[in-house]
Ligand binder design. Structure first.
Ligand SMILES: Cc1cc2nc3c(=O)[nH]c(=O)nc-3n(C[C@H](O)[C@H](O)[C@H](O)COP(=O)(O)OP(=O)(O)OC[C@H]3O[C@@H](n4cnc5c(N)ncnc54)[C@H](O)[C@@H]3O)c2cc1C
Length: 258
């Protein structure tokens, strides 16, 4: 069984997240880079399966700047066997379409039985990349799973739906995405951190993958303008002179909040 896990480096979720107002790109220097938490959980699903099924290979694949290598190596320290990183200047500010094409090309080259992704990243938060990759790889997908069962022939799990839970399954090879309901990522131990330094770490360019960033046929979204969010206006203060209830009701009605 070969499991490919898609992980990426993001600005610290709890840090100060900024966009560069000139380029419109995430200002990576503004906060500590971290391995996206949902990607860590996706990796934990793969490693838990590998713990119980000897001979399973877990490979992490990521698209991002070369500066992200130290972060991606954390996935090797957790227990992934190898890492493949797509590094290319053309990926700076890449939209969902180009990111999906690049990742699908790397996964196809790698070969896979199962691809595990997070359901939504904490920076771009598009929430659609797993579906786009499944489409490009022409395999089934089961997304936003709250639980995962993997057998030699299929993957299944539960997903929250209105008023209940749906059990979904897909024959392998397939793509799945998981939610924050899956267990936390394990902490790398000292042995894992040391071993990560020697584990294979490949970098690939778009040319290596046969992906043309400006292929005329593919639609690309380009950021044309970005502006700072206006500062939050001060709130309305209600002083109770025995009529606070009335004033509050008037405020709610005026602002269509009631
Ligand atoms: C603030 C902001 C706004 C953006 N707005 C747009 C937009 O409007 N339109 C547009 O096309 N693009 C947009 N992008 C770019 C888009 O977010 C990137 O293409 C991004 O790399 C992939 O999308 P996502 O993280 O939103 O994907 P999601 O679908 O939220 O990611 C789900 C999962 O896919 C995997 N994954 C996602 N990115 C990578 C990666 N680089 N390497 C490995 N695995 C990955 C992870 O497992 C992740 O958990 C925006 C980016 C930012 C930071």
């Amino acid at each position: 069984m070969k499991i490919v896990v898609l992980v990426k480096e993001v600005p610290d979720t709890y840090g100060d997240r900024k966009l560069n107002l000139e380029t419109g790109l995430a200002d990576r220097a503004a906060s500590e880079p971290v391995l996206d938490e949902i990607g860590g959980r996706a990796l934990e699903v793969a490693l838990s399966y590998a713990d119980k099924n000897p001979g399973t290979e877990v490979v992490v694949v990521s698209a991002g700047p070369s500066s992200a290598q130290a972060t991606i190596r954390k996935a090797l320290a957790m227990g992934a066997a190898r890492a493949v990183q797509i590094v290319d200047d053309e990926l700076a500010g890449a939209d969902l379409g180009l990111t999906a094409q690049a990742l699908a090309a790397a996964i196809r080259k790698e070969g896979f039985d199962l691809v595990i992704c997070g359901n939504q990243s904490t920076d771009g938060s598009g929430g659609v990349l797993p579906a786009m990759i499944a489409e490009l790889l022409d395999v089934p997908q089961a997304t936003s799973l709250n639980s995962v069962q993997i057998t030699d022939a299929q993957v299944s799990g539960e997903r929250a739906i209105d008023g209940g839970t749906a059990t979904v399954s897909a024959s392998l090879p397939a793509v799945i995405s998981i939610t924050e309901r899956l267990p936390d990522a394990r902490f790398p131990n000292f042995k894992g951190i040391m071993a990560a330094k020697k584990k294979p770490y490949e970098t690939k360019s778009l040319a290596d993958l046969g992906v043309d960033a400006w292929d005329g046929a593919a639609a690309r979204s380009i950021m044309i303008a970005v502006s700072e969010k206006p500062p939050r206006a001060a709130g309305v203060k209600i002083v109770d002179e025995g009529d606070a209830g009335v004033k509050l009701a008037e405020f709610l009605l005026e602002n269509r909040l009631a």
